[in-house]
Design a protein around this ligand. Structure first.
Ligand code: FAD
Length: 541
C-alpha cells in the first residue's frame, strides 16, 4: 500500500507498489543540515540524492554565523571543518553591557586537548558553499537544484519524493566554477526520486512536515530583529558584544559579532511593525549604522529583518521519513543553538541510518533519533525561552527585568540574573538509548567525547574520524580487549587520555559512537564491550 501526501490534498492512499528504491536516502533541502546528513551518509558508502528548491546555493548572508566546536568536528569528519575554522574568526570572549556600562564578560573555556576553538564566526552561506562543493564531488551523492518537493509517497519499503521545477530567477553568475545551477539535465521538469528512507531538512517552513501533517506548535516573538552584515574598519576586538538599552537602540538590544574579511554582524531588536524600506528612505538606517561604525566608510553586505520563533515538531519521524534541523525545531538564535543543534541532528541520524541500511542494527534504532534529538530541542527551547523573556520581557516582567539591569551595575547577585544568551554546548543525553548501559562512569556516558592527545600524537577525535563510521572502544589502563567487528579498538595510556578518562587509575573501556558520544563505560573485557555495543546499536536491549 502507498500513502501519498500531496500539496493541498491531504493524505491520499494509492495502489502503486513494488517500485525499486533508486537511492538509499533522499534528503529534501540543501541547507547546512541537509548537506551535512547527506555527506555523512555518502562517506559511509550510502547512496544519497538531495532535492533542493533553490536554483543555486545561497550566495550571501551570515544567518547562523557562530559555529560551535562540536559542529566543526562533525564537519571535519566530512572534510570541511579545517577550512571553515581557518576562514572563520575565532573568539572566546563575550561582553554584556547595560546602556554605557559593561556589566560582565565571559571567557569560554578552552582545552589543551581540543583541536578547534570554542566558536568560530563565519557566514552560513560560505559554509553552505563549502558543503556544496564537497557534495558535488562525492561519488555517492547527487544534488538536484531547482526541485521543490510537493508530494511525498511512502510504502513499506520505500519513500518517493516528488519535485516540481522551481521557477528559475535570472542568475547573475558566481566567481566559483563549482557552484551548480538549476537542474540543467532536466530543464523544466519535475523529478520523482525514490529512496529507502527520507530526511526532511527543508527548513522552518518545511513542506514535507506539512505534507506529513506534523504539527509545529510554539510561538513567535512580537519584536523583530534587523540583522546586517556590514564591512567597516572598526576598532573592536574579535569578541561578542551585547547591549541592553544602549543609547543607539533605546529600550531594546543590540548584538555585534566579528566575521572574516572585516565584516561585522549587527542585530538590532526592533518593533514588530518595523519597516525596512521606510527606515532606509527616511535616512534612519544610515543613522543607525553610523551610530555603531562611526565616521568610517562602510559597505552594506547583507541586510534583512527576521522574526524569531520557538517551535518544535511534535513527531520527528513518520514512517520512513525523519525531520531534522529547522524543519524539526526553531529557536531564537541567541546562544547559537539553531544551526549547531541541526548539525547535531544530522550526525545523530546519519550513523543510525548508516547502521540500519548496512544491516548492522535493527530498524528500532532509528526511534532513538527522535528520543535523543527531541530532548535536545526541548532543552534548547527552554534555554532560549529564558533568554528571550529577559531580552524582550512580557509586560508583567518588564519592570522587574529593568530593575535587575539597573541593580546589576553594582550588585553581583543581580548580575547573575542577567541573560544575554547562554551559548550552545553539546547535549548531554540522560534518556533515550543510554540508561540501559551506564554502569561504569555516569559522568561521561551520554556526553560528547572529551578530545585528548593520544600516545601516537594524534587525537581521539581523529581516531574516530579514521574509524570511517565505526565505533571506537578506547581502553585506558589495560590492553585492548578483542572488539566486535564494527568497532575499532584503541588502547591508550597517555597522560591526557588518562586524565580525562581514568583519573582514578582504574582500567576501563569507553565505547564511543560514530557521532562522538560516549555510549558506555565497561570493564575492559571482550564480553563487556560486546554487550555494551549490542545495547548501543539497539541489537540487544
Ligand atoms: C535571516 C535569518 C537569520 C538567521 N540568523 C541566525 C543566527 O544569527 N544564529 C542562528 O543560530 N541561526 C540563525 N538563523 C537560523 C539558521 O539559519 C538555521 O537554523 C539554519 O539555516 C538551519 O539549517 P537547515 O539546513 O535546517 O535549514 P535551512 O538552512 O533553512 O535549509 C533548508 C533548505 O531546504 C530548502 N527547501 C525548502 N523547502 C523545500 C522543498 N519543498 N523542496 C526542496 N527544498 C526545499 C530551502 O531552499 C533550503 O535550502 C537565521 C535564519 C534566517 C532566515
Amino acid at each position: 500500500m502507498h500513502i501519498t501526501s500531496r500539496r493541498g490534498a491531504g493524505l491520499v492512499v494509492t495502489a502503486r507498489s513494488g517500485e525499486r528504491a533508486a537511492y538509499d536516502v533522499v534528503v529534501v533541502g540543501a541547507g547546512p543540515v541537509g548537506l551535512t546528513v547527506a555527506l555523512l551518509l555518502a562517506d559511509r558508502g550510502v547512496s544519497v540524492c538531495v532535492l533542493e528548491a533553490r536554483t543555486t546555493p545561497e550566495q550571501a548572508g551570515s544567518k547562523a554565523l557562530c559555529m560551535q566546536r562540536e559542529t566543526l568536528e562533525i564537519w571535519h569528519s566530512i572534510g570541511i571543518g579545517e577550512r571553515v575554522a581557518e576562514r572563520g574568526t575565532a573568539w572566546s570572549v563575550g561582553r554584556t553591557y547595560f546602556q554605557d556600562t559593561e556589566l560582565f564578560s565571559v571567557t569560554l573555556p578552552g582545552s589543551s586537548g581540543e583541536h578547534f576553538p570554542p566558536f568560530v564566526n563565519i557566514s552560513q552561506s560560505e559554509v553552505e558553499q563549502a558543503l556544496v562543493r564537497r557534495a558535488m564531488a562525492h561519488e555517492h551523492l547527487t544534488i538536484h537544484y531547482g526541485q521543490t518537493v510537493v508530494e511525498v509517497e511512502q510504502s513499506d519499503g520505500s519513500v518517493t519524493l516528488v519535485g516540481a521545477p522551481t521557477p528559475r530567477p535570472s542568475y547573475e553568475g558566481s566567481a566559483d566554477d563549482h557552484v551548480p545551477q538549476a537542474d540543467e539535465a532536466n530543464p523544466g521538469g519535475g523529478r520523482q526520486i525514490t529512496g529507502r528512507y527520507g530526511v526532511a531538512a527543508d527548513g522552518a517552513r518545511s513542506q514535507v512536515r506539512k505534507l506529513l501533517d506534523i504539527d509545529f506548535p510554539g510561538h513567535s516573538h512580537g519584536d523583530r530583529f534587523l540583522i546586517a552584515d556590514i564591512r567597516a574598519e572598526m576598532p573592536f576586538p574579535a569578541e561578542r558584544r551585547f547591549w541592553f538599552d544602549p543609547p543607539f537602540n533605546p529600550g531594546r538590544t543590540v548584538l555585534i559579532h566579528p566575521q572574516p574579511d572585516g565584516i561585522w554582524r549587527i542585530d538590532w531588536q526592533v518593533p514588530g511593525d518595523f519597516d525596512l524600506e521606510a527606515e532606509r528612505d527616511s535616512g534612519r538606517l544610515e543613522h543607525r549604522i553610523r551610530q555603531i561604525v562611526g565616521a568610517v566608510d562602510y559597505e552594506e553586505v547583507w541586510l534583512t529583518v527576521y522574526r524569531f520563533h520557538q517551535r518544535c515538531a511534535d513527531r520527528w519521524r513518520q514512517g520512513r521519513i525523519f525531520l531534522a534541523g529547522d524543519a524539526a525545531h526553531l529557536m531564537s538564535p541567541f546562544g547559537a543553538r539553531g544551526l549547531n543543534s541541526g548539525v547535531a541532528d544530522a550526525a545523530n541520524l546519519a550513523w543510525k541510518l548508516g547502521h540500519v541500511l548496512a544491516g548492522e542494527a535493527p530498524e528500532s534504532l532509528l526511534d532513538s533519533y527522535s528520543h535523543e534529538r527531541l530532548a535536545a530541542a526541548q532543552e534548547n527551547l527552554a534555554v532560549t525561552d529564558e533568554t528571550m523573556r529577559f531580552m524582550a520581557p512580557p509586560a508583567d516582567f518588564r519592570a522587574e527585568r529593568d530593575a535587575i539591569l539597573r541593580a546589576s551595575i553594582t550588585d553581583p547577585e543581580a548580575r547573575a540574573a542577567v541573560n544575554s544568551g547562554r551559548l550552545a554546548t553539546p547535549m548531554v543525553y540522560v534518556e533515550g538509548i543510554f540508561p540501559a548501559h551506564r554502569p561504569g562512569d555516569p559522568e561521561l556516558v551520554g556526553t560528547v567525547l572529551v578530545d585528548a592527545r593520544t600516545e601516537d600524537g594524534s587525537r581521539l577525535r581523529q581516531r574516530l574520524t579514521s574509524a570511517g563510521g565505526r565505533w571506537l572502544a578506547v581502553t585506558v589502563g589495560a590492553r585492548s580487549p578483542e572488539a566486535p567487528e564494527g568497532v575499532v579498538a584503541v588502547a591508550d595510556n597517555s597522560g591526557a587520555v588518562r586524565a580525562s578518562y581514568a583519573p582514578d587509575g582504574r582500567a576501563r573501556t569507553y565505547l564511543i559512537r560514530p557521532d562522538g558520544y560516549v555510549a558506555a563505560c565497561t570493564e575492559p573485557t571482550r564480553d563487556a564491550v560486546r554487550t555494551a555495543w549490542l545495547a548501543g546499536t539497539g541489537v540487544q536491549r
